[in-house]
Design a protein. Sequence first.
Length: 458
Amino acid sequence: MQKKHYLLLVFFSLIFCLNSGFTVVGHRGDPVKYPEETIQSDNSAFSSGADYVELDLQLSKDGVLVITHDDDLYRVTHTHAIVSQNNFSTLKHLTYDNGEHVMSLNELFEHYKNKPNTKFVLETKIDHSVDDSYELEDKIAQVVKKYHMENRIMIHSFSNASLFHFRKILPNSYLILIVGSLKRINFSILPQVNAVNVSSDNIQNHPFLIRWLHKLNKQVYVWAEMDESPSLWHWLINKNVDGVVTNFPATGFKYKLAKKGTEKYAINRTGVYFGKTKTATMMNPYVRIKEKKYVYPNQKLDIMYGVRADDKLYYQIAEKTFISAEFVNLDLTKKDIAPYENKQILAPTNNVAIYNLPENQSKTQKTLPSNKLFKILNFNGTPKNLWLYTSQGWIKANDVLFYGFFNNLAFKQYKSLPPVSQYTNIALLNFKLPDVTTNSYLENISILKKICNYKVLL
């Protein structure tokens, strides 16, 4: 028995060494930018620097592994459907706001099977005090083996029983215990797992915990559904933690680079400049002297590298040519912004925050004056999380009213957007519906009713 425990200790220590470094896990993908647990959200997390994407798994009535956090899908699909009470043939027809369908683990692995750099943390949503079977765990193991994903997954859970079972059926798997209270950490479960995913509150209240777990050869992850609070991230990055589970993978990646002392990293994506006027580029992001070269409205740019200087991100678009990343968009298309680009914005209150950059960490003490019109000079963000540039600085689209005359063309562009891109905080002035004899009359009425449930001036 002692020899067995010794071998387990050596095995876990080896895994600990192989997995050392700061790991960024995108919580349900990139949920601030795109609907959670969709391919679009997962892709965004990976392209933003996440090492892993975390996904939740539940069983449908007919035993299919469904990727969802909630048993009731209403929050994400706007349709009440209990996963455990419906066959997957019914659930798969429900859609998220970006048009993607509810997905199974098989479908996810099928999509990513030939993309070896995509890795996943699988969470079992199960209470074994209610369900004493291990059907969920057994089916996860089957699918993991079928798609040869053993080296591309980690499994974490609040359930000790679930993790004990995985150690039997996937003996070489990397297992993580999720804890919100230190009472859940005990010496029966610790030998079975490779890491502990601890709430940030516990780390702050018990500073000895990291050192204690490391002495036991356990890695330490932190979760708080991490936001973009600079104080929280600066505190975290100075702790000797091994990874973070965050709703903001791009921010996690930024701090990972800071922890490693890295300043330049490859991007190799195409971006677009949506500004209204030309803007100058620079030869060097460290000595920001503008050169007599410009990018122009709607110009596509090949982004080679990202470089951080003075906590600001710059994109390299050619040899010795850089531009501030705030002016280049990687996630929006011309169609996404078409209904809004010629509109103005209006702050409905005096509390609309102004940001220096299109990210939460750059919030200033200034606010946008209310009841005053401002032109939109540029766009950034994603369809779900749109940022607007004004003469005062960057503004969140959800905080203001889009103000202007929505003619038939703009309304047609608006209707063509997926739900995730249809901002309903718009001010309709002098709005006229098409003649009742037109085919689009009822459809326009439906959309107008939807808009009128939100902040609207008529």
